[in-house]
Every structure is written in structure tokens, then in C-alpha cells.
Design a protein around this ligand. Sequence first.
Ligand SMILES: NC(=O)c1ccc[n+]([C@@H]2O[C@H](COP(=O)([O-])OP(=O)(O)OC[C@H]3O[C@@H](n4cnc5c(N)ncnc54)[C@H](O)[C@@H]3O)[C@@H](O)[C@H]2O)c1
Length: 428
Amino acid sequence: MVGTGIRGITFWGKNVQDNYKENIEFVGLCDINPGRVAFAKQYMGVSCPTFTDFEEMVKQTKPDTVIVTTIDATHHLYIIKALEMGVEVMTEKPMTTDEDKCKAILDAEKKSGKKVIVGFNYRYGTLFTAIKEQLEKNAAGEMVSVDFNWYLNVYHGADYFRRWHAYKEKSGSLLVHKSTHHFDLLNWLIDSDPVEIMAYGSLDHYGKNGKFRSTNCRPCTFKSECKFYTDITKDVMLTDLYTNNEKYDGYLRDGCVFKEDINIYDKMSVQIRYANGVLVNYSLTTYSPYEGWRIAFNGKEGRLDSSEGIPWENEAINQEALHSKEFNKDSKTTETEHYDKIFVSKNFEKHQLIKVPVSKAGHGGGDQKLHDKIFKNPNAPDPYRHAAGTRDGAMSILIGIAARKSIEEKRIVKMRELTDIELMAKRG
Ligand SMILES: NC(=O)c1ccc[n+]([C@@H]2O[C@H](COP(=O)([O-])OP(=O)(O)OC[C@H]3O[C@@H](n4cnc5c(N)ncnc54)[C@H](O)[C@@H]3O)[C@@H](O)[C@H]2O)c1
């Protein structure tokens, strides 16, 4: 593994070590921060050596697969180097952050003959799989357009503005870092390739918009006034992983959400035209009172609606606790608590409510299914084509990259400008 931050050591680290011991063995851990990689080894309960030099790790330990969980803008360095050294790769999303790095990854994969898996966990979720099933049955007739809105609450949304995600040069902006999940879902559910993108975006709430600011929360003099103040020292895991290792790289995990130099957007709206004629209206909000999303597929014979997290019943969901769960994913939890809904309405006909049992496990059960597919049953049948490779990784980030370009250059951006991948009306 390279990149022993929170995602690496929990989801790809301890969870995999605890649940797939009989199938895999960690042979090396690498991070540029020596303190963090030492903590990772202890936290994951592994006995392998640790490194701060990636090439040295691969040379010495000769892994079958490298797991890449570094910050987004550096994924390409390790994906390409691993492929050149004859090693397969499992990379976290987003595959990378710009079109040139994307092409370099695709070229390296082709040249090496080795495979790259992109860890798109959302696809495997129970609700999205049930939506896919309905769409494959043509539940609303031939698809013509999609409405898709994603809401990040003030805890989860704000967290992206505390650290490296807040800079386009590190995360590609949330249109790449976060929306890659959503664009991948759209590509997979619509089953066609995007051809044209138009977007708007601005920074209206975080960054320069704050009335006061500091470098980070601990020394801040506005603690009592700031709704976004957080005391990282109360969280043992965050203290062990980040605060105790600041001395090596200056990474402040409790960075101020109102830093003047934040350059990503906090409100985004994107329109996408697909090769099969489907039009998408998508938006991402980063300071919502609740976390959730809604989607609707408009067909020639009706409409399919679904949503998650919208407190219609005035449910008292603790939004802060919801965000903390992100850091404590137990991918083996399978207990179900209630059900999600898909509503299929046919023109001039009756409506149908489909109830989908909710899994409490991470990302609607998607996390465990993704792990099973990679570490347990790589050759298991995949009727809904959940498994994602570099083409899927590329198509999803390229929508975000095109959207970013569209905002910056105030124009429609064609996928053709960014890639020579052949665009297909039906991906299949
Ligand atoms: N699929 C999901 O739901 C999901 C959720 C969270 C994070 N992620 C992805 O996981 C990755 C890691 O995110 P995180 O939240 O763990 O971030 P993090 O900041 O906790 O960890 C990143 C780690 O990378 C290390 N690093 C930075 N630059 C490096 C370099 N050049 N070489 C080697 N190591 C380097 C840092 O020291 C740090 O330990 C990101 O790509 C993120 O997009 C995916």
C-alpha cells in the first residue's frame, strides 16, 4: 500500500487485514510521512516493513498488487511506476486529476499488459444496484434525461475545505474528487458515454467568504464564534494519525475552512449530453443541513425516482454522527435497519413503489461487495458489470475535468478535446 492516510489504513488496511487474511498478505506499507506509516503498521496489526520510498518498497517486497491511496493528484505517479515494474494496481478514486495524467495511465496500462482496478464502491451499493436492475428492464421506457442532485452536510462538506481537497492542484476540485463517484454512477446507469459538458460553479460560502479565519482550529481565536470549529485532540484516531505527525510534513487535519487561498468551488451545477441523446442535470452542494441525494430518470413511458437521506418524515438524524461513521467503517456489518425506495411511475398507468432493504454496512453494502470482488471472488459472475477498470475511471473523471474547464473558460467542453477514447452510444 502507498498512502497510509485514513482511507488507506481503515478501509483498504485494517478491514482487509481482518476480513481477508486467508486470501491476502500485506508485504509493505509506504507513505512520505514516516510517522504516519509507522502508526499505520501498528493500527493495521501487520508485521510487514514500512518505507518512505515507493520504488524501494516494490523492489524489496515484490508485491502482486499495489493499493494506491495517496492524495488524488499523486495517484498517477504510483499507478504508472507500479505498472512499469510489472505490478497490478488497485487505485482509489478519482483515478487521477487531469487529462494528461489520465492519458499517461491508460498508455502505461496498455504497454504493461497489467491491470488497474478503480475502487468505485458506490456502484456495488444495494440501492444503486436495484436502480440498475430496473433501468435494464426499461422500467420507464427509453431514457431521455436524468436529474441528479447530491447534498453534502455541513460536517462532511466542510471537511473537504479543511485539508488538501480544498486545492484544485491536489484534488482536481470536488468536481473530480467527489463527483467522480456520481459521474461514474451516471455513466454506468445510463450505459452510454458522455460527449459534451457545460458547467457553472463558484465559491460562495467557505474560503475567502468567512468573516474570520486562522490557519487551523487549535490556535484559532474565534473558537466560540465559529460554527465549524472542531477539537481534533478529542479524537484519538485523528490525533494518532495526523496531529502527532504534523512535525514531518506540516499537514494540518483541522485546517480552517475559511482559508483565503482555497480555490475549489463549493456550489456546482453540470449539464451533460450523452452519446445516446440522454441529457443530465447534476448539482453538488457542500453546506446542506442534511446529507443525501435524489435522482430521477425520465423515460418515454414514465419516470423512475429515488433518493436517500432526505428527512421527509422529520427523522432526527444526527448529521455530525453520520459524518463520523465515515471514519469507522466496518465493511462486514450486514444488519438491515429499514428500506430505501424506488418509485416507478408509468404515463397513464399505475405507480409502483419498490422497497429495497437497507444495509448498514458502508456505502449501502457496496464497500463489502467491492472487497469480496477484489480479494475473495475476482472471477465471480458480474451480471450488472459492477467491476470498474481504467476506462470507467477515465470517463468519470473526464466529466469533472471538462466541467472544471467549462467553468474556467465559460464554454461547452467536448470530451473529444480531452481524450481519444472512442465514445460509444451503448457501452454494454
Ligand atoms: N471511495 C471512497 O469513498 C473514498 C473515501 C475517502 C477517500 N478516498 C480516496 O482515498 C485517497 C486518500 O484519502 P484520505 O482521506 O485517506 O487522505 P489522507 O490525507 O488521510 O491520506 C493521504 C495520505 O497520502 C500521503 N501522501 C501525500 N502525498 C504523497 C505522496 N506524494 N506519496 C506518498 N504518499 C503521499 C499522506 O502523507 C497521507 O498519509 C484519496 O485519493 C481519496 O480520494 C476514497
